[in-house]
Ligand binder design. Structure first.
Ligand code: ADP
Ligand code: MG
Length: 411
């Protein structure tokens, strides 16, 4: 197994070198070790953290993520050999797969390669078939941590295939293609947020995404005085995927009952007045989605105006709604948010919430930069006291979306 340098606790606001430097160089090295030659391409795709707007994307609503400076990197080069094949090695799992590039490969084992197979299939369907490729995958995103390593893997694969086939996909099309791969090959009925954030990410700020139209607006967020602190519970509960799928079904049920094509078109007042006719659980799910859409739009306005305290209040409200109405939080996520709230504005915390699908994974906390070290410390110590578990914390800043680097310029 090839391990990355331990940077999981690097809360420091300014890393010595801009990401994805370390992961990129590691990928180039791993490629060389396995294939005995230098890579020709380095396809880089970021993960994301969602500031607010959770479980709204598959309801055609609004989300406010930022692409983060942690990535999946695929170092690759054209390969000799018969047929069009992708031979890919994942350093994180220390496993290799061999996939036909003509798109005829069905989902199968190992399961992690389904993210690649699904993207390869979509390229094949468009007649975009590359010659054989050797590839080494290296990542500094946690797998299954709610920071969207799956979308980053899909988007990095698509970025590599663009390069290898000479095609350039429209960014929205590319994001949707990757989402479809996750639906059809990984069986996750996700919205489009993760893939859009990874494709279109912008170092200038967060992305306000209208998940119905696909429109993206960059909300500038480069204030050195405020930092985004990500805290991983390092805990993922079993059955998270089936619970996610159930929420998607419950939301579809709510929109049917409310007579709208998606919950994007419903309001909290509509949900309130339909209370007698909606099943109580379905009503709570709809209340979360409709109020979350409003919170997300409000948060974008406040973020743009640099009203960080207001953004923070909306984050706490989002967490309560996800915990009580949507029921996708966990004891560990609640503990981290509670600790952050207890530290409060006096200790530099402006707001906190769970981020990602839920049932484990990470929280996102808005913190005054001069307090980040102390906050990260208190969160870690208190979390251990309350849960017996070890959290990992790191600061992230907005990052550029997927791109290809020339190995000669980085190695
Ligand atoms: P998240 O997207 O929040 O990290 P998911 O459960 O959606 O969580 O996706 C995690 C899965 O994506 C992993 O279990 C694995 O199958 C795949 N994956 C992500 N990164 C890698 C990687 N570097 N190598 C191999 N598989 C990966
Ligand atoms: Mg994912």
């Amino acid at each position: 197994m090839t391990s990355l340098p331990d940077i999981t606790s690097s809360w420091a606001p300014a890393p010595a070198e801009p990401a994805p430097g370390v992961a990129v160089r590691t990928a180039a090295r791993v490629f060389f070790e396995r294939f005995g030659t230098a890579p020709r391409w380095l396809a880089v795709a970021p993960g994301r953290v969602n500031l607010i707007g959770e479980h709204t994307d598959y309801n055609g609503g609004y989300v406010l993520p930022l692409a983060i400076d942690r990535h999946v990197v695929i170092a690759a080069a054209p390969a000799r050999g018969d047929g069009a094949r992708l031979r890919a090695y994942s350093a994180a799992l220390d496993q290799s797969v061999d996939i036909r590039l003509d798109g005829s490969e069905p989902p199968g084992e190992p399961a992690w390669a389904n993210y690649l197979r699904g993207v390869v299939r979509a390229f094949g369907e468009r007649g975009l078939i590359a010659g054989s490729i050797d590839a080494a995958i290296v990542s500094d995103l946690p797998l299954g941590g709610g920071l969207s390593s799956s979308a980053a893997l899909e988007v990095a694969t698509a970025t590599l295939l663009e390069e290898a086939t000479g095609a350039t996909l429209d960014p929205q099309d590319k994001a949707r293609l990757c989402r479809q791969a996750e639906h059809d090959f990984a069986g996750v009925p996700c919205g489009v947020m993760d893939q859009v954030a990874s494709v279109i990410g912008d170092a200038a700020g967060a992305l306000l995404i209208d998940c119905r139209s696909g429109d993206v607006r960059v909300i500038p967020f480069a204030d050195p005085g405020v930092s985004v602190l990500i805290c991983n519970t390092n805990m993922k509960h079993a059955l998270a995927d089936s619970a996610y799928a159930r929420r998607v079904t419950e939301c579809a049920e709510a929109s049917r009952r409310l007579g709208v094509s998606s919950l994007r078109d419903a309001t909290p007042a509509m949900v309130e007045s339909a209370n007698g006719t909606l099943d109580a659980v379905v009503a709570r799910r709809a209340r979360h989605v409709t109020t979350e859409n409003m919170r997300t739009l409000a948060a974008a306005t406040h973020l743009e105006a640099r009203e960080f305290a207001e953004v923070g209040h909306l984050m706490y409200a989002s967490h309560r709604s996800l915990r009580d109405d949507f029921e996708v939080s966990s004891a560990e996520l609640d503990a981290l948010v509670d600790i952050a709230r207890e530290i409060g504005p006096a200790g530099g915390v402006l707001g906190a919430r769970m981020t990602g699908g839920g049932f484990g994974g990470c929280t996102v906390t808005l913190v005054r930069t001069d307090c980040v070290a102390a906050v990260a410390n208190t969160l870690t110590i208190e979390y251990r006291k309350r849960t017996g578990l070890t959290a990992t914390t790191f600061v992230s800043r907005p990052a550029r979306g997927a791109h290809v680097l020339d190995p000669l310029t980085v190695v």
